[in-house]
Design a protein around this ligand. Structure first.
Ligand code: F6P
Length: 321
């Protein structure tokens, strides 16, 4: 099949770098002679037939803009048969022969389902969580990492001045990939992640050891997937004389100007995605692995979970001695 028209969509949680990825997909596709449509508000726009034509100038001036010009929305309906049927009907109605999805793990699952209807799909990994199997990095992760490290550098000033323990909450849904990188890069004394169980009594014993070693303030990075931070902090405070404070970084981690690294990946991922379509290689996840842009068939990534990096975890702990 000779593809003439494709669509691009940015579903799920936005990630800084989605805009440069949309720009790369649109421009590469137009240069290859394709017509391109953008789908508004993620899969909701596909179900509700809310699309727009994309041209070279539609994506001007967005390379340095956070969020997504296409907008996004959480869409549970795409996980249902009626929702999928409606989505496919919209694609057919507009003569769209292939879909490029820029999003996280939920978007990857949806991409696989849409491809089972015979529509060629390419997924580009974009999520601050960096939790997608098959790729060492997702678009947006580096920007979020920089935002969080910058925030912790500031928190450290007040932690040092007041000689307090600060527990800083980092996003990442049920995973600790972003937290671990933040902890390592910010020099946090402890990184609490869902992948590694640590009891409060062990943690408090280690906190006291740190104090004995001469540390007067401590930073604990706490992944949101570990449960309610206020309860955790109250438990730590009960057993420590040092004052404990909490700082949840929240949605600032998802916003802001995409970093050079996020834009770089966005450009290369977007370009690669369109090249795959023009080479007739469908139903794949674009990825970054071993220093190279590559791709994996959906069948190679389906249902697989990214492994937690134990070595990195141990290194982060050792370096904070
Ligand atoms: O997947 C990105 C993410 O920001 C997670 O880190 C977080 O748990 C979740 O999305 C928040 O989702 P929502 O935007 O629906 O509140």
């Amino acid at each position: 099949m000779k593809i003439k028209k494709i669509a691009v969509v940015t579903p799920g949680g936005d990630a800084p770098g989605m805009n440069p990825a949309v720009r790369a997909v649109v421009r590469e596709a137009i240069l290859k002679g394709y017509e391109v449509m953008g789908i508004r508000r993620g899969f909701s726009g596909l179900i509700e037939d809310d699309l727009l034509e994309m041209h070279m100038r539609t994506v001007s001036g967005i390379i340095n803009r956070g969020g997504t010009i296409l907008k996004t929305k959480r869409c549970a309906e795409i996980r249902t048969k009626p929702g999928l049927d409606k989505a496919i009907r919209t694609l057919k109605k507009h003569g769209i022969q292939a879909l490029v999805i820029i999003g996280g793990d939920g978007s990857l699952a949806a991409g696989q389902k849409i491809s089972s209807y015979g529509i060629p799909v390419i997924n580009i990994p974009a999520s601050i969580d960096n939790d997608i199997f098959g790729t060492e990095e997702t678009i947006g992760y580096d920007t979020a990492l920089n935002t969080a490290v910058d925030a912790i550098d500031k928190i450290r000033d007040t932690a040092t001045s007041h000689e307090r323990i600060f527990i800083v909450e980092i996003m990442g849904r049920e995973h600790g990939f972003l937290s671990l990188s933040v902890g390592l890069a910010a020099g946090a004394e402890f990184v609490i992640v869902p992948e590694k169980n640590i009891s409060i009594s062990t943690l408090v014993r280690q906190l006291k050891d740190e104090k004995r070693k001469g540390k007067t303030s401590l930073i604990i990075v706490y992944a949101e997937g570990c449960g309610k931070i206020a309860e955790f902090a109250a438990e730590v405070q009960k057993r420590c004389v040092t004052e404990v404070r909490v700082s949840s970084l929240g949605y600032i981690q998802r916003g802001g100007v995409p970093s050079a690294r996020s834009r770089y990946l966005a450009g290369l991922f977007g370009s690669h995605a369109v090249r795959l379509l023009s080479d007739g290689k469908y139903n794949r996840l674009v990825a970054f692995s071993g220093g190279k842009i590559c791709d994996l068939k959906f069948s190679e990534v389906a249902g697989r979970e990214k492994a937690f990096n134990e070595e990195l975890y141990k290194t982060a702990r050792r370096l904070s001695s």
